[in-house]
Design a binder for this molecule. Sequence first.
Ligand SMILES: [Zn+2]
Length: 66
Amino acid sequence: MTYDRLVCANCAAPVSEGRCPVCRANRERLQQEGFFGGLGGVNPMALIALLAVLIAAVALLAHQTA
Ligand SMILES: [Zn+2]
């Protein structure tokens, strides 16, 4: 994440160091945004296709063992 380079407006220290509550709040928010942004960057259709493949694989395994 790029928040390593952000400087806090409250304490003028790097936000990534979390020296003050503002830093910690910003760091937490940016980390969450990065996490959900990463999930949002994944194509939903790709996720559905992956899920379908997994279900098919499980069904195949269950069929073979039965
Ligand atoms: Zn700060």
